[in-house]
Structure formats: C-alpha cells, structure tokens
Write a protein that binds this ligand. Structure first.
Ligand code: IMP
Length: 199
C-alpha cells in the first residue's frame, strides 16, 4: 500500500519511513511542489487534519487520489507553563529553524533559573482515506528538558530532552532507543491498525 506524507520535515519523514518499512511511504513533495499550509488549529489533531486535508486537496487537483498521513507534534514544558505546545515549530519566531527553537528554549529556561523541567512530546497523526474519511491517533513521550544541549542525533528539541528512565538526551541516545519511547512511533502504531483495516 502507498501512503503520502503531508510533510516535508526530513526528520519526520526519516522516522516514519524507517518505522513503516512494509509500506510505500512518500512525502507529498515527491509528487507536487511544496506549499505553505496555515496551521491555525488549536490542538495537535486539528492541525494534523488541516495539513492532511490541504495536501489531499492539492493532490486531487493534480489527479492523485491517495491515502494521506500527516503528523502534528510538539513539546510542552512545565517550567514554561506547558509552552510551546502546538507552537513548537514557531517558538523561535516565524520561519525559525530547529536550532533557533532549541536556543530560544534554553534561553527561556536560563532566564527562569531552571536547569531541568518536566516535559513531554505529543504527536497527533491524521489519516484521510480515499473516501475522505478522517481518522486521528495520538502518542506521548514523557521526560525532562535541560538548559544545555548534548549530542546532535534526532532533530528539533532532542538534544535537550531526556526521556523518563534515561540519563542522556535524545541527541546522544541511539535512534533505536528513541523509537522505544517515541510519541510519534506510538501514534504511528495506532495509525497502522487503521491502515491495515483500509487495505
Ligand atoms: P510540526 O512540524 O508543525 O508538527 O512541528 C513540530 C515541532 O515540534 C518542531 O519544532 C519539531 O522540532 C518539534 N518536534 C516534534 N517531534 C519532535 C521530535 O521527535 N524530536 C524533536 N523535536 C520534535
């Protein structure tokens, strides 16, 4: 079965392809040009649905009737009143890079004299099938963020995130270890059950 990812985020595409090896998974940008999608939902699942619908519409206009999968995810930090949450991708400003966002979080933690705080990642996956039916699943990863970066594995906030039960950040830990805790993998496992039923 072929599914189209409504993202061009390379970190996400890599993790999803790696996990769903038995499916043909391709980013929508392999079929059409990338375009801006305004994520104006108030929850991760709303934003995931907005992205999936926008990509489905554009692909249909080009004659592709495909199953679309999207992921909306982010991190929530207790010491920052559980921000940035759904605004994780824009925490360092409009068009901020993963590094800008990470640096902004370190700056905010230091400004509050917090060296470590409870935090969790959330992932919402939206699936739109060929009959326009929408499904969503979720996953979470709990742990702590710290005010110093370690390692360069993973992406985004990973170099400052220590999963519960570990003593090192996801920037240092192996991809395989991240997979065992990952919010996205948990949501993808639930999404796979739905995809298998669509098959
Ligand atoms: P989205 O692409 O709009 O869903 O934005 C996701 C934001 O959350 C980006 O800033 C990512 O860097 C961050 N994020 C989501 N999942 C992860 C992860 O697994 N590791 C690190 N950062 C993540």
């Amino acid at each position: 079965m072929r599914v189209i990812l409504a993202t061009s985020n390379r970190g996400k595409v890599r993790e999803i392809k790696e996990f769903w090896r038995d499916l043909e998974v391709i980013p929508y940008t392999d079929l059409i040009d990338a375009f801006e999608i305004e994520e104006n939902g108030l929850t991760f699942s709303e934003n995931a649905i907005i992205k999936a619908k926008a990509v489905r519409k554009s692909l249909l206009e080009k004659g592709f009737n495909e199953i679309i999968i999207s992921d909306d995810s982010g991190i929530s930090v207790e010491a920052l009143s559980w921000a940035p949450n759904i605004y994780s991708a824009r925490y360092g400003g409009v068009n901020a890079s993963g590094d800008d966002n990470l640096n902004k979080m370190i700056k905010e933690l230091k400004a509050k004299n917090v060296s470590q705080s409870r935090a969790y990642y959330t992932a919402a996956i939206a699936i739109i099938d060929k009959n326009e039916k929408v499904y969503t699943t979720h996953g979470w990863m709990h742990g702590d963020v710290i005010d110093e970066r370690f390692g360069d594995k993973g992406f985004g906030y990973d170099p400052i995130f220590i999963p519960k039960g570990e003593s090192q950040t996801l920037g240092v830990l192996d991809d395989k270890i991240k997979e065992g805790y990952s919010h996205r993998i948990k949501a993808l496992k639930l999404a796979k059950i739905i995809l298998d039923k669509l098959h």
